[in-house]
Design a protein around this ligand. Structure first.
Ligand code: 0X9
Ligand code: ZN
Length: 696
């Protein structure tokens, strides 16, 4: 019996093109001194024409970047061993940046020249160079000091592992006053240490809102209607190391390959993770910062964008400490992710953007491919319940900066990333921006262009994309609104405790938010829907029983050759399944193309499983026409294969959803006086009378 289930509303294009970032053996900090012919970190483009190549690449434990396409993945090679691993695996690659340290030095020179020639950049702050961590902290403090009614500086609850405080700013009218139920827009930067522009854009947006408040009508209106929370540097330890070491001169470069040793560890400019040195143990403050002599270099740490609770422990994250995508010992094991968890759990964040570099992408949930089945749920992930609205805003934002708008999983699978958790736990919209075309921290003028937009996007850029996100955050159609009468000065609290799915189990999240009723005895509270999208009812397509049509072929293909087989779809069906099977433990891959009117081929699916696993491509709602099924032999032997194409009708069944409620309480003098369960959907407005709270 054939049984598959696919959640509806998903464009399930064959198998996923997901790339699991994973396994590495990358070492820890580079030595303080190096010989002139020591390996320099490189950025290389690895050829991965098939999914099998991508999977092979994932097993090598290299630092894969998110810059990946149909037939390539860009990889940072930190050590000679990394390069040797590629060669040994037989994967071809082109070197894109042959010496990242030299590039770092070149960027430093370009940045110095730009700063020297620039009185004031066109950025809102006028800055002409990347901020250091001290600059960020000083800028946030100054913004708050100069605009006390509009900006509040706050410290996140947990200091970093190296003992640094982590700051954010909150922007809003009368920001020192009590919370009045306005929707919160959250902007995050620098989860990954080396991704400097991600903090710059977050910070510039804060400055932008503040400096245009009162003069620009649109911005004034948006700031009046929201609270904007900006945490420009989430990973302060990692960033400080990357930024400081990135500034160091590699004397081997200055010395033209002479014998001088490196100052510090410039390779740490490409650090990704946080400063976790030992799981479960707080090492002495400052340990990580002594990069040259401590194991606190680029190889150590937890990937903060794999440490959030949502589907934590699933594909696209590693359980090995030294790996670039190490997920940590447990969901939210790190103080930096705990900070963001507590921030989001304590406010009604209706939209968030978490900034990263690079690849010019606007990514929306989910992080993992729709046909993956978490052990904790037993049904495929499918698309988010709010796919249409999420896609619409993602596309609109991407139109401003010329980025590509897509599901995060279309890049590669990830689990435990920021919005994997936040969207699933709260229902608030969340996006990852991958800023810039081709570098983690490019010359500074690129930061300016990406923020303000350049060329055909001049005057738009990420600035305009962020403003659209903020408009979404305040749009009542996109969240829920509670209104009513309540005693002036009373504290209203919305609370719920939910189970958030990790990959194999679940964690408990408590969302607990408050507002204070204004002097007029009325309240309007902008909140996230009471039922989380992840437990809403869903349509599951189940395909069972016999195919409505089926055709099989057998054949042989010589090593490194391919064989094409045509198959015509002449009726409208729900599913086309193509399977490739063979008896010996060899490696055959399958690619599926649609034949266009002019005879050219467009690839519509591929399957390159590990050696000896049979291949399968699924196409949902296949268009009528001719398909070319290509069998590719990567093996040394010439096995006889069986290729089958089958058409199926699907049955739709509904997995009943849950209804969740907020518990709304009205508190006076710290005492709960009234308690009401509240069920409210997205786009809904509900009146809840709390006047009884004043009488008792
Ligand atoms: O891998 C990542 O964490 C992000 N790319 S980066 O190079 N900046 O590290 C992409 C994450 C995409 N997935 C989700 N946001 N779910
Ligand atoms: Zn990143």
């Amino acid at each position: 019996m054939l049984l598959r289930s696919i959640r509806r509303r998903i464009a399930l294009c064959g198998v996923t093109t997901a790339v699991l970032v994973g396994l590495t053996t990358t070492g820890v900090a580079a030595p303080a001194a190096a010989t002139p012919d020591a390996f320099r970190p490189q950025l290389v483009t690895v050829d991965t024409p098939t999914r099998a190549d991508k999977q092979l690449l994932q097993t090598l434990g290299l630092d894969l970047t998110e810059h990946a396409g149909h037939d390539y993945v860009e990889v940072v090679l930190h050590t000679a061993e990394d390069a040797a691993a590629l060669v040994a695996a037989g994967l071809g690659y082109d070197v894109r940046i042959p010496d990242l340290l030299a590039r770092e030095a070149e960027n430093n020179e370009l940045n110095a020249a730009y700063a020297a020639a620039t009185e004031r950049s066109p950025l809102p702050s006028g800055r002409d160079a990347y901020r250091t961590l001290d600059d960020y902290n000083a800028d946030m403090a100054a913004l708050a000091e100069e605009h006390p009614d509009l900006v509040k500086l706050f410290t996140l609850p947990h200091a970093s592992l190296d003992g640094r405080p982590i700051y954010g700013v909150e922007i809003g009218r009368d920001v020192q006053g009590p919370e009045r139920g306005l929707p919160v827009f959250l902007m995050l930067g620098v989860h990954h240490a080396r991704e400097w522009p991600s903090g710059e854009h977050a910070m510039e947006f804060a400055v932008d809102l503040v400096s245009n408040y009162g003069t620009d009508r649109r911005i004034t209106d948006l700031v009046n209607r929201s609270r904007v929370v900006v945490v420009p540097v989430v990973n302060v330890d990692g960033f400080d190391m990357s930024r400081t070491d990135g500034e160091l001169v590699d004397l081997r470069v200055v010395d033209e390959g002479g014998t001088a040793s490196i100052l510090g560890t410039p390779g740490n400019a490409y650090k990704r993770k946080n400063c976790r040195l030992v799981d479960g143990q707080d090492t002495p403050d400052g340990t990580c910062a002594i990069a040259a002599t401590s194991p606190g270099g680029y190889g150590a740490g937890v990937d903060l964008n794999r440490n959030y609770g949502g589907y934590w422990g699933g594909p696209g994250a590693s359980d090995l400490f030294a790996d670039p995508t190490y997920r940590g010992a447990a969901p939210f094991s790190e103080p930096e992710t705990q900070n963001i968890r507590e921030l989001i759990s304590g406010r009604q964040v209706t939209t968030l953007i978490t900034n990263h570099t690079f690849s010019n992408l606007v990514l929306r949930p989910n992080g993992a491919a729709p046909d993956l089945v978490p052990g904790s749920e037993g049904i495929p992930l499918g698309d988010p319940y709010d796919e249409d609205a999420l896609r619409e805003l993602g596309d609109e934002m991407a139109a401003q900066n010329g980025y590509t708008s897509q599901h995060a999983w279309e890049l590669y699978d990830t689990t435990g990333s920021t919005e994997d958790w936040s969207y699933n736990a709260t229902g608030g919209f969340g996006y990852t921006f991958e800023i810039g075309p081709d570098e983690f921290h490019p010359p500074f003028p690129e930061v300016v262009d990406e923020y303000l937009g350049a060329g055909q996007h001049a005057g738009r850029g990420n600035r305009e994309a962020y403003l659209l996100a903020l408009e979404n955050a305040v749009d009542p159609e996109m969240h829920s609104v509670l209104t009513g009468r309540a005693p002036a000065g009373a504290t209203l609290r919305l609370k719920k405790t939910v189970a958030t799915s990790t990959w194999d189990a679940s964690i408990q999240d408590t969302l607990d938010t408050t507002m204070t009723v204004g002097p007029d005895g009325r309240y309007t509270w902008h909140v996230n829907p009471s039922t989380r999208p992840v437990v809403m009812d869903r349509q599951v397509e189940t395909v069972s029983g016999d195919p409505v049509a089926e055709e099989s072929w057998t054949g042989t293909t010589a090593p490194l050759q391919s064989t094409d087989q045509e198959f015509a779809v002449t009726q409208d069906v729900d599913l086309l399944e193509i399977t490739l099977d063979w008896p010996t433990p060899d490696d055959l891959d399958l690619e599926v193309y649609r034949k266009n009117a002019d005879g050219s081929l467009t690839q519509v699916g591929s399957s390159g499983n590990a050696v000896a696993e049979k291949e399968r491509v699924l196409l949902q709602d296949p268009a009528q026409g001719t398909y070319v099924l290509r069998v590719i032999n990567f093996a040394s032997a010439t096995p006889t294969w069986t290729l089958t194409a089958a058409l199926f009708e699907a049955e739709t069944s509904t997995v009943p959803g849950l209804v969740e409620n907020w518990t709304l309480t009205c508190e006076r003098d710290g005492r709960v006086v009234q308690r009401v369960p509240v069920v409210i959907d997205r786009g809904q407005q509900l009146r809840v009378d709390l006047t009884a709270c004043g009488r008792r």
